[in-house]
Write a protein that binds this ligand. Sequence first.
Ligand code: 5GP
Ligand code: ZN
Length: 126
Amino acid sequence: MNNAPLTPHSEKDCIFCRISRGEIPARKVYEDDDFVAFHDINPVAPVHFLLIPRAHIASLAEADMRHQAVLGKMLAMAGQLAREQGCADGFRTIINTGKVGLQEVYHLHIHIIGGPQPLPPMLRKS
Ligand code: 5GP
Ligand code: ZN
């Protein structure tokens, strides 16, 4: 059994904590006391930004009922932020989690992805 922790980054060197603290630059689209949204550095569609809680939660696998308010707020904010970024006709939200989910940055984030044209299918059905 692999007992390696799912949290390779501490808050100190976590890249998204550093963006939240303003220590490294990002093209922010929104911020308040609890959340920051910023453009993905490597966009996969005309609109691609990330919404993160300022609180360091490593991944959705680490979240539990203590985080229900923050998780609820994140989803509740997504629609308005997406519309403000030009997703008038819909968008896709993705939360990659852990090794299987190919998560790269271990600070919980929602990808909000869209564009004027429909996106390709998410997963190929066999
Ligand atoms: P994950 O695979 O963890 O869900 O996605 C992490 C995302 O963060 C990737 O899409 C990657 O392009 C983005 N990213 C990684 N480092 C930075 C950064 O320093 N700034 C910004 N704006 N995005 C980043
Ligand atoms: Zn963090």
